[in-house]
Design a protein around this ligand. Structure first.
Ligand SMILES: [Zn+2]
Length: 245
């Protein structure tokens, strides 16, 4: 299915109607779980009719409680991530090779988790860039991590943040000023003291509603130096190490 997108400036924005449609599907999926049943009922979101009546994502979310990660039911253990899950950060869309699939060649863009990439530092040459895959499970990229990757490869580093289902939810651009939100895939909320909450708009198998990520950051809506007006998370960092598992 083709997803309608609203284009502003150089950024691609999901339309609010599309986001609402996706949000309804996630809520419908959550209605079928025992985990969310009580909170959806408390919020008056436990019937098909209540979902049809929703006016906006932003008005509805505050009706739901914040979800602590420790209370989540068991999730899938791993997600297969392919190049199609990632944002190609360079013009001309050079090929992306995963660190787990390097075979003696010289990759244009090398992608992988920080731990997978750093193992290859000094052993292979990369032509153009690194994509570091981070996420709710994997954590974020620290400035020390960046320094190590720069020393090891000498090419620009782009952080790409994935949701629990492996879908891209935020990515860095060539301006390297925060991570642009992928609005059609997730809703990020800045909660108390910069605590970031995440609601997936793609994960129907394991619905994620207002999950406390353990990260902090500021959601910024001003235009980026890259020309995009897609909102960005600035200063994304680990706030609560106890939430990492
Ligand atoms: Zn940008």
């Amino acid at each position: 299915m083709r997803i309608p997108l609203l284009v502003r400036g150089r950024g691609i924005h999901a339309s609010s109607a599309d986001r609402l449609l996706r949000f309804r599907k996630v809520l419908k999926s959550a209605q079928r779980t025992t985990f969310y049943r009580h909170s959806l009922s408390h919020a008056g979101l436990d019937t098909s009719q209540s979902l049809r009546e929703l006016q906006s994502v932003e008005e509805t979310l505050p009706r739901l409680p914040v979800c602590e990660p420790g209370s989540l039911p068991p999730q899938r253990r791993t997600c297969r991530v392919s190049a199609s899950n990632l944002h190609n950060p360079l013009p001309g869309r050079p090929a992306i090779t995963f660190a787990t699939h390097v075979n003696g060649e010289r990759p244009e863009i090398l992608a992988g988790s920080f731990s997978a990439l750093i193992l290859l530092a000094g052993t292979i040459q990369v032509e153009r860039a690194l994509i570091v895959i981070t996420g709710v499970r994997e954590g974020v990229l620290t400035s020390d991590n960046r320094d190590l990757l720069w020393s090891g490869f000498g090419v620009p580093v782009f952080e790409e943040h994935l949701g629990l289902d492996g879908q891209l939810i935020a990515h860095e651009c060539e301006a390297h000023e925060g991570l642009h939100l992928v609005e059609q895939n997730a809703i990020w909320e800045e909660h108390a003291q910069g605590d970031l909450l995440l609601t997936s708009l793609t994960d129907l198998e394991h619905p994620t509603l207002r999950l406390r990520t353990g990260f902090s950051g500021q959601i910024h809506t001003g235009e980026c130096e890259c020309g995009s007006t897609q909102p960005r998370i600035l200063d994304l960092r680990l706030r609560d190490p106890s939430l990492r598992r």
